[in-house]
Design a protein around this ligand. Structure first.
Ligand SMILES: Nc1nc2c(ncn2[C@@H]2O[C@H](COP(=O)(O)OP(=O)(O)OP(=O)(O)O)[C@@H](O)[C@H]2O)c(=O)[nH]1
Ligand SMILES: [Mg+2]
Length: 226
């Protein structure tokens, strides 16, 4: 494979059961890849295991940051990218690493933003489906009011794009830094002419470790919609 001008950003919070295997899997799939693990003060061995994977992994330790959260972490990851493109991926294998190859295929079209959308979800309970449906509905509504582009999954956590396109947008104060849906915040201010490419993926079940999504994140999302 040709050299890929892409950094994979993995936000983590206590992912010791997944992070080492995830970094190695990505490196095997895309041999020249660079990875940035943005860790929000894990109390397990996540940072050590990420560092141990090799010098293709940079670990950002956010233990002493004032604002913690997924959005603030991904923002810091993008700000530290040295490649033209970045892609974020969850640290728990729910976004299949193999789907990064589909994201890379999108690069051929020189997009500004790349978004993975779920073509299938493995075994979500009814309440989780309902939450997702309601959140998507509200987010669509909010984007429509703002006359913005509406891709298939407006709240995807599996997304990326050109670093130089994102950097100025990340400075906008519409960003809910304590929130967990950075893509949605970006879409609210993304210029309409911006080129978006999309790819489908199967959303897997979390194999190891616990979910960190709780009331705070849901509250931040509602604030962000209205
Ligand atoms: N840096 C950072 N990473 C986080 C934070 N919260 C979650 N993460 C990571 O972000 C990714 C997604 O978080 P999850 O808890 O799996 O959220 P989710 O996938 O929406 O929920 P589940 O389907 O229940 O797993 C994982 O890699 C987490 O380790 C945070 O506050 N800071
Ligand atoms: Mg998850």
């Amino acid at each position: 494979m040709e050299v890929v001008n892409l950094t994979v950003i993995i936000p983590t919070l206590n992912e010791e059961e997944n992070i080492g295997r995830l970094c190695e899997t990505i490196r095997l799939l895309i041999p020249q890849i660079l990875i940035i693990v943005v860790d929000d003060g894990s109390t397990d061995n996540t940072r050590e295991l990420a560092r141990h994977s090799g010098d293709y992994v940079t670990v950002i330790d956010r233990s002493n940051r004032e604002i913690v959260g997924l959005t603030a972490s991904i923002k810091e990851g993008i700000e530290n990218c040295k490649t033209e493109y970045f892609m974020t991926i969850d640290g728990d294998f729910q976004h299949p690493p193999e789907s990064l190859l589909d994201a890379i295929k999108c690069l051929l079209d020189d997009p500004d933003v790349i978004i993975g959308f779920r073509i299938k979800v493995e075994d979500w309970p009814f309440t989780r489906k309902l939450m997702s449906f309601t959140a998507q509905f509200l987010a669509h509504f909010s984007l429509r009011l703002r006359h913005r582009q509406i891709p298939k999954d407006v709240m995807s956590g599996f997304f990326g794009g050109k670093v130089e396109v994102f950097l100025p947008l990340l400075e906008n104060n519409v960003l809910a830094l304590k929130g967990y849906k950075l893509l949605f915040d970006i879409l609210k201010i993304l210029p309409r002419r911006t080129k978006i490419k999309q790819f489908g993926y199967v959303f897997k079940n979390r194999e190891f470790g616990d979910s960190k999504i709780g009331k705070t994140q849901i509250w931040e999302f509602f604030k962000s919609v209205f």
